[in-house]
Every structure is written in structure tokens, then in C-alpha cells.
Design a protein around this ligand. Sequence first.
Ligand code: NAP
Length: 321
Amino acid sequence: MKAIRVHEFGPPDVMKYEEVDVLHAGEGQVLVKISAAGVNPVEAYIRSGTYARKPALPYTPGADGAGIVAEVGPGMTSFKAGDRVYTSGSLSGTYAEMAICAERHVHRLPKNVSFQQGAALGVPYGTAYRALFQRAHAIAGETVLIHGATGGVGLAAVQLSLAAGLFVIATGGSGRGRSLLSAECVENVLDHTVPGYLDTIRSITKDRGVDIVLEMLANVNLSKDLEMLGKNGRVVVIGSRGTVEIDPRNLMARDAQVLGMTLFNADDSDLRAIHAGLAAGLSNSTLKPVIGKEFLLEDASKAHSTIMDRGAYGKIVLVPS
Ligand code: NAP
């Protein structure tokens, strides 16, 4: 079988498309024939060697994927060969034709959801769900600013928020991305590259401020996010690529909180809740992942370059040829 292999950390072209040994499912494991694999920024950070978590070399990247169960480990009754599934973690890596996954990282994929859409679920929707409901404890009627809403996590957060009765303000850096947000029925779409756009948020909320900010680039925005908050407001830091200075008085004045998160910290019971929530949204079609770009598996390096570019538009996936 074919897989992407990383033998050394470095730029995108350290990812090589190679022939590797055929895999088999062990106890508690599921072997999935991958029809599409999701590409997430964290996989680019890990590949570059700059991320805190480093796998042993060589390795195959990827946690998210979707496809058909090819084989299950001895005694497993929850899945069988032929089941349509998506994955939210993999022991062998999903940038491959086949991937071994622990049973808890395999979830049923409804027929109304394509494999490409299934590959967009694990990290992006899992993160958005955790940020909104397990970290910020969002409730219907609250206002959420999704600061960076055009990419995988942001669009997931938009759909989850609208389905849960939140009032959504969303930002994007490109006209194309902002049109996508309007097409997703977000009424208040702003451009985070335009000076003064945060003043518009003040006027949208009639100076009350937002209840929640989901922040994709905290090193750029966190200081201003605190000024956007209303009383008891919460910022969930989802993404950050550097350091930032804040004025703690903006927190004190509002009894506000800054909440960090990484999906890696979600335990089994958190993950069960997340994927039950996603299953409900997929089956009633309130959750519909948007696939912006598809690359062939062998072009994984191009996908990694693209995911770090500006102008996000939904999810990037890899498909085996
Ligand atoms: P993505 O698909 O590449 O999207 C990146 C998003 O960031 C786009 O919406 C982009 O908007 C936005 N952005 C760029 N510049 C911005 C700015 N100045 N202000 C606000 N937003 C800005 O990536 P993703 O998968 O959605 O992930 C988003 C971030 O969350 C990444 O940093 C990722 O590493 C992180 N993340 C964290 C976790 C966790 O567990 N904490 C999990 C998943 C992802 P435009 O391109 O339209 O400008």
C-alpha cells in the first residue's frame, strides 16, 4: 500500500510518497481503507519539527480520515468490514491508503455525508465543539465572535453555533471566504484585515460586547478580543502563532476569562460527548463540512503549503489516486 512518510522534520517536501507494508488490525483496532484524509495546520507544525509534540521518525501524518472498514481486530463487535466511518485519530496515520485506528477514534459516517466531508470532521469539528460547549459553555441566545471563520475550525464553529441558537459574528480575510460565510447564513460577516473592523462589532452588539470569542490567531487578536467582551465574557484561544501582550484590566472590568484549549486534552468521556453531538448534527444536516480543495495523496506537500497560506476556504483534503 502507499503512504506519505516523513523521515526527517523540515519543509513540506520532506513528505515522501512511498510503498509501505500492508497493515492489519490488532485487538481493539480497526483498519480503515481511507477514501479521504483531512489536512490540519497542526500536521504542518509537527512536520516542520517546531511543535511541542514530536512523533518518532519515520512516521505517517494524519489523524482525520474517512472510508470503509477493511478489517477489525479479534472480538470486536462495534464495527464490521464494509461500515462507512470517519476517524478522529490514527495509530498509523491517515495520509495513506489504509490506516489503523483505535476503536474509540472510529465513528459511523451517515450516508448523507461524503468521505471528503467525513475527513473534515475529527479535528475541526471536534475542536469547534469543545471550544463552544466544553470550554466556553455556550448557551442559546449568547453572541459569539468567530475570529477567523473561513477555515476548517471556523466554519465548523459557525455551523455548530447557528444550530445551537447563538448569534454569530464571523470574520474572514478574503472576499471569497466572506462570501462563503454569507452563504452559510451568517448575517454579520467582517473583514479582519480592515482597520477599524472591531468598531463594527461594538455597534452590532450595541456596545454590550460579545459573550464568547473563538480565537484562531491569538498572538494577533487577543488584546483586542478582551476589549470586545461583555460582562462574564469568555475568549477561547484555539490558535496562536506567537506571543501577545494584554491589559489584565480588560479582564477585571468584565469578570472575563481567557480559556486555552487543545483537543489533545479531551478525555474519552469528552470525546464521546463531542462525537455524539456531531452525529446528531450530521444526521439532521445542520453540520455540512465545506471542502475547499482536494489534493492527491502524493501531493501532500502541496496541501501543507496551501494550509499555511492566507485566504482559507473550508477544508483541505487528500484523496488516494
Ligand atoms: P485553517 O483552515 O487554515 O484556517 C485558518 C483560519 O485563521 C482562517 O479562517 C483564517 O482566515 C484565519 N485567520 C488568518 N488570519 C487571521 C487574523 N488576523 N485574525 C483572525 N483569523 C485569522 O485552519 P483551522 O484548521 O481552521 O485552524 C485554525 C487555527 O486553530 C490554527 O492555528 C490551528 O493550528 C488551530 N487549531 C487548534 C486546535 C486546538 O486544539 N487548540 C485544533 C485545531 C486547530 P483568512 O484565511 O480568511 O484570513
